[in-house]
Design a protein around this ligand. Sequence first.
Ligand code: HEM
Length: 350
Amino acid sequence: MSPSSTVRPRTTVFAPRLAALLDKHVGQDVFRLEPDTVGVAGVEVADRILSARRATETERPTFKPLHGRSIARGEASAVTRTIGSDVRAALAAYEPRQVDLSGSWPLTGHLFLRDLILGQDPYRLRLLMSRYLELTPKLTWSVIALGAALPGWPRPGDRLTGLGARAAEATGYQDRRYALGMYRRAAAPVCFTVSTLVANALWLGSPLDDSTPNRHLIHEALRMLPPSWNILRNASPEYPVIDDRIGEHDDVLLLPLLSHRDPALWDDPDSFRPERWNDLDPDTAPGYLPFGHSSERCWGRHMVMPLAELLLDLIRGSGLVVDPDQRTGKVPLLGLLGVEDVRLTRPYRV
Ligand code: HEM
């Protein structure tokens, strides 16, 4: 019996629009989604579109313009290096201890990561990681405006993360507002995406089999429930030349959610089978784009893996499982695709 076949089946309930995408378009390469938007899930077309040009600044997921100010590539790369070294420092300093990760995921994982990586930063910075701020951008901007205006701004030299130290250099209200926005832009992907990814892996794979490597669990969770389920490219003259079903004014939505389940690419695509990664290379598997295209792959992916592995190790170590009474998990239609409210609990004692 394969390890994954011992997992009791659970039902994943996709939001209606996601369910309709999966029902209608899995296995298709190019298809119309809206009068001005074409969906793409075919390997070759996706490859040609993503290689045709770089993402523009408004298409980029992390470093879109902030407060109307463009973020230069040099600044984006310096900020990413800073959060990367904060993550490495937090991992190096982490002493395995009894930690309670039971409760609702991804929230529980999010709070653990926030405290692990940003724990030493002052409250006004850590507050920017609140999941409530996701609900309305207005609330986010109010918290940022308030944080920039309050007295007691952190000072260079305080005990801060690298990201906190960058923010501490800001002087004046406008600069501080921008620094807080940038702090959130850089730190949010770490807390939000990694906890979402691990929640998805738990939902699909719990109880975790001792013989299944964490990496295989993560690659398979990224396949079936890719947090970045779509990649947007706005209309561009290169695209109609690549495929004449794409009009000159059509935006293109590339859909890893669909290519990751294409039966022409994957055996038994709707089954969670981490063992398939014994023989597959995640960097070259055709149609597998959880971190984007090889020409412009996610800058943060090297942080994602060790953090997700740490969380999975801690969960394995404490014997937590998805509550056996939880039979369905909802996947809402959001920018970040994930199962909400995965309930992690101790196994029942008989
Ligand atoms: C599960 C976790 C993550 C997933 C699935 C993911 C996915 C992606 C994808 C698909 C792209 C390509 C987008 C495109 O071509 O338009 C991308 C780009 C990028 N990612 Fe990630 N990402 C994750 C975590 C992170 C983290 C932790 C960071 C760190 C700050 C990060 C920073 C970036 C940056 C800087 C880019 C490229 C440029 C930009 O957005 O401005 N990502 N990511």
